[in-house]
Design a protein. Structure first.
Lengths: 291, 409, 274
């Protein structure tokens, strides 16, 4: 066998590495520099500031609230999507009439750009002109309009619900792909041995689905943690910052208040937080796999 | 179609596909006010290019909500346009960071004479003019005549206590009718409060440079609004209504009164032509104080522009009678040119007259660096009060304290 | 009743709540799009009259055609570019154990951790430096780069399920690694590649923040920003146009789903193994 570039893994990996590194390292370096600098509202550096920007973020009372809501938001959506997508994928993996149609329907929310989805929901959740209120009234569920976005106690759960809804297609697709990679003969062998459905699910499906669940959890945590459009389009983090998460808070800090130094510091901290959690998860998941 | 074939190669080679530009190109960033904004400026650019064969004008339309973000990124990378529209309340930051250039060297007296001085003033800092009022508006009260008649009220209220009484009567007309449309969400929520605040004698920033929220005027105005919310004189769930949402209610005849800008007349003409409404002055406070909010957007020239002379010629053209007329009329703003204001289209417009009458009382956003954050702090305090999550006095006091900190910076 | 018919009823019943939720925003979008202008603000569900002409108005007012072409251009090219660099990388990860393998995987994950909002200033400076401002090709480049991580992950986990004995058998028969890869491996990997391509395509199709920052002139706008500019006019929103445009922008993606969903079906890759 002659030597070929195709069996040198470094050659194979290099183009992807370079392209990805290019767009991430330079901006990250810039963020780091800005976060340690005194900077005016247009991003022009005015001198070294040490950790001042970081300390200023911690001193802001809104930061802790946003941090806490980011946890609720992220775990609410990731777990919600997992809990819904798994059974949906199992159903869609069964053989039934109209399955292809059902699959396309479940994928549909994904076909709409997220900012647009968020705007449609804003329109639908409108207190007076909103079609959600009028729909629920027509069905007799409500007897008066609910002002969904007027207070955090209704707005935030709604936003999480929308988040779950738009996360389901992606998650379901990953699981469907996973289910299709499980060899059928495993199930046939199990059936011959008299295993029931539940038993097969637990003994065959779940263990073989683990890597796919892991991928979906890690990626969803990352995407949801950083997800901006749903909250921004519906409430802009209001009323009175009561639906702010870190990324909407960051946007205000950077582009509305013009505090680019603090915003960069916050970005680095968010990055570190996410890095910590995903590495923790990856370590735990890998350990689980090896057991 | 050339782009389609060279695309991938260009990307991989990281080569800029720059146009071969012999002509002098000026770039103009404009805010999108409505769907007519883009076509307007593009037509203006074409007309300008016709008169200046060596020049090219590139118009870059940016959605208003993203304008500040776009300007920030552009400026931070030194890739900003030559000329841009900005909110005049941001101008101080642009001036203090030396981003924009004074226009005085270019302006002749006859150019200045085209404008109403009241709109010119906000963009003058340290005696230098940094921006021209590309868009101007003020606020007045719209009221639904049909609802007033039904509730047995003959004239629009002249004071805030009359307004509160009228609103209560109108709200009693039906479940989905509200007397006073109160904005409680997003941009200008603070301004909607200021209408009453000013009438009660309040000042946003007092003479000693402190926030005026923790004053009797502040408490009175907030108590007035809160009381109206509590006794059902406003639409329910005010914190979910942006200005546009309240306007939509008004267009549907579901709101007795609201305060907003001239462009609502324009929208009503197009979308709800049968609505029987009138425009009146914003009510006065107990001592007869009144205040309307005057807003201008400015068009500014950047200091790093390499085509200042040409850029100025384009700005000059935008403020000629012909181009001002088209812009003012299609967007529903107040005329800033004296000549334009004399045209029958504007001079004979009864709605518009109400707005121009209020101009002597007009107040503009204070010229303070970082005003957006102060407005946001005010907005948060108001939302807390509207939602009943905080008492009026302590909430306003706390907000005033935060604003004082910001004012010190 | 056959077993399949029973399964069908149960399956659809179980899916029903989700389907209602999925269709709700689409119904809002569609019905608002076809409402006559004077009914838009009323919360009624059914329009008194279907104003199909709204779509024509939208097409011209929203400058829809050019934006559609831009979006297709950016989405297709960035997907191809992402695949071209991801397939070899994923192949390497699934077939070889090498020093730095773990690092590379974690690095890919890290590239996903910064929100575009966070990166936007840095990316913008990068693109200015490259001279690609207001050039749709900057988006091709950025979207491809952002999609690498996901594509590699996805492809690698599929590739791992393709037994390497197949290639080894081909090597035994005298095929070069390149031939084995193209003739034996890639055909088996088609479903995985398709699914990955769909992901990349949709991500590019729907991306907003980066496009807004990098593009300047309306001629270079992609669909999401073109549509968004209809909503964020400062003073009023043309809801019918917005909804009509969103609806039309959704159709190509929905068609892709409908055509390619069978690739999500099990069996293609593994059928060959049996």
């Amino acid at each position: 066998m002659h030597r070929s570039a195709l069996i040198n893994p470094y050659v194979l990996v290099l183009p992807g590495f370079l392209l990805a590194a290019f767009i991430i390292l330079w901006p990250l370096y810039q963020l780091g520099v800005i976060s340690l600098s005194e900077v005016n509202r247009f991003g022009q550096l005015k001198g070294f500031a040490g950790l001042e920007n970081y300390l200023a973020v911690f001193a802001d009372p809104d930061f802790l609230g946003a941090l806490w809501r980011t946890f609720v938001w992220t775990f609410g959506i990731v777990i919600g999507a997992l809990v819904v997508a798994m059974p949906v994928a199992l159903i869609l993996n069964e053989d039934f009439y109209g399955r292809s149609v059902a699959r396309v329907i479940v994928m549909l929310p994904w076909a709409v750009s997220l900012p647009m989805t968020a705007i449609i929901w804003r329109w639908a959740l409108n207190g007076q002109s909103g079609m959600l209120n009028s729909g629920l009234r027509d069905l007799g569920v409500l007897d008066h309009n609910i002002q969904w976005l007027a207070q955090a106690s209704t707005a935030f759960p709604m936003q999480i619900l929308i988040g779950i809804l738009v996360t389901i297609p992606f998650t379901t697709t990953i699981y469907l792909g996973g289910l299709s990679s499980i060899p059928t003969d495993l199930y046939e062998a199990a059936r011959l041995e008299g295993a029931g459905r539940w038993q097969m699910f637990r003994e065959i499906t779940l263990p073989l689905m683990r890597p796919f669940v892991n991928i979906s959890v890690v990626l969803n945590v990352i995407y949801v943690f950083n997800s901006f459009p749903i909250i921004w389009a519906t409430t802009q983090g209001g009323p009175a910052n009561s639906t702010d998460i870190l990324v909407t808070y960051l946007y205000k800090l950077a582009f509305r208040y013009g505090k680019l130094g603090e915003a960069s510091g916050l970005s680095i901290m968010m990055f570190a937080l996410l890095l910590f959690f995903t590495l923790l998860y990856v370590v735990l998941a890998v350990r689980g796999d090896e057991e | 179609m050339k782009r389609w074939t060279t695309g991938l190669a260009a990307t991989l080679a990281l080569v800029a596909v720059a146009g071969i530009a012999h002509a002098e190109t000026i770039r103009v960033t404009v805010a999108e006010y409505s769907k007519k904004t883009g076509p307007y400026f593009n037509d203006a650019a074409k007309a300008f290019e016709k008169d200046h064969p060596d020049a090219k004008v590139q118009i870059e339309v940016v959605p208003w909500d993203n304008l500040l973000q776009k300007l920030t990124t552009d400026i931070s990378a030194g890739a900003n346009a030559d000329v841009s529209i900005i909110g005049t309340r941001w101008l101080i930051d642009f001036v203090s960071q030396d981003i924009v250039t004074p226009l005085d060297p270019y302006m002749t007296q006859s150019f200045k004479d085209r404008f109403f001085p009241v709109f010119f003033k906000p963009a003058v800092m340290d005696g230098k003019t940094y921006g021209l009022p590309i868009a101007a508006s003020a606020r007045a009260m719209y009221y639904n005549k049909a609802l007033f008649k039904k509730a047995g009220i003959d004239t629009p209220p002249d004071t805030w206590s009359e307004l509160a009484a009228d609103a209560k009567k109108i709200s009693a007309l039906g479940d989905d009718i509200a007397g006073f449309g109160l904005q409680g969400k997003e941009i200008e929520t603070d301004v909607y409060f200021d209408y009453a605040f000013w009438a009660y004698g309040g000042e946003l920033v007092t003479k000693d440079g402190k926030s005026g929220l923790d004053s009797k005027a502040g408490y009175d105005a907030a108590n007035l609004y809160k009381k109206m919310i509590d006794d059902g004189s406003t639409q329910p769930g005010v914190t979910s209504y942006t200005r546009e949402d309240v306007q939509n209610l008004f267009k549907q005849g579901k709101v007795g009164m609201m305060i907003t800008a001239p462009f609502l007349s324009k929208q009503i003409k197009a979308e709800a032509p049968n609505l029987d409404y009138g425009v009146a002055a914003i009510p006065a406070g107990p001592n007869g104080d009144r205040g309307t909010y005057g807003v201008t957007d400015s068009i500014v020239m950047f200091k790093n522009s390499e085509h200042k002379k040409l850029a100025w010629q384009f700005m000059d053209m935008l403020f000629t009678k012909k181009w001002r007329e088209r812009f003012t009329s299609s967007e529903g703003f107040l005329p800033v040119n004296k000549e334009v204001a004399k045209m029958p289209e504007f001079a004979d417009d009864a709605d518009l007259k109400q707005f121009t009458n209020l101009l002597p009382d007009a107040r503009f956003a204070p010229v303070i660096s970082g005003w957006e954050q102060i407005a946001d702090t005010t907005k948060n305090a108001l939302q807390t009060i509207y939602l009943g999550k905080g008492e009026v006095k302590p909430t306003l006091d706390q907000a005033a304290q935060q604003i004082n900190e910001l004012l010190k910076q | 009743m056959s077993a399949k018919a029973k399964r069908t009823i149960v399956a659809w019943l179980l899916l029903l709540p989700l389907i209602v939720l999925v269709f709700f925003p689409f119904a809002v979008m569609f019905l608002t799009a076809v409402k006559p202008a004077d009914e838009v603000l009323q919360p009624t569900w059914w329009p008194s009259d279907f104003a199909w002409s709204n779509f024509l108005t939208m097409w011209s007012e929203a400058n829809f055609g050019p934006a559609l072409l831009n979006s297709l251009y950016v989405s297709i090219l960035s997907t191809l570019l992402a695949l071209v660099v991801s397939i070899p990388a994923a192949y390497a990860l699934s077939r070889f154990r090498f020093a730095g393998r773990g690092f590379f995987r974690q690095f890919l994950l890290v590239t996903q951790m910064l929100s575009p909002i966070v990166l936007v200033i840095g990316l913008f400076r990068l693109i200015v430096w490259l001279g690609l401002i207001d050039n749709v090709n900057s988006l091709v480049f950025l979207y491809a780069a952002f999609n690498i991580a996901f594509s590699v992950w996805m492809l690698q986990s599929y590739f791992a399920t393709i037994p390497r004995e197949l290639e080894e058998a081909a090597w035994m028969e005298g095929a070069s690694p390149a031939t084995a890869l193209v003739k034996v491996f890639l055909p088996l990997a088609v479903p995985a590649i398709t699914v990955t391509a769909i992901f990349s395509f949709i991500n590019a199709w729907n991306e907003f923040v980066i496009a807004l920052t990098m593009l300047r002139r309306q001629e270079s706008y992609t669909l999401p920003i073109q549509i968004f500019s209809l909503v964020s006019g400062r003073y009023t929103v043309e809801w019918t146009n917005v909804m009509a445009a969103t609806f039309v922008a959704t159709i190509p993606v929905a068609i892709i789903f409908a055509c390619l969903q069978r690739y999500l079906v099990r069996g293609l890759a593994l059928g060959a193994v049996k």
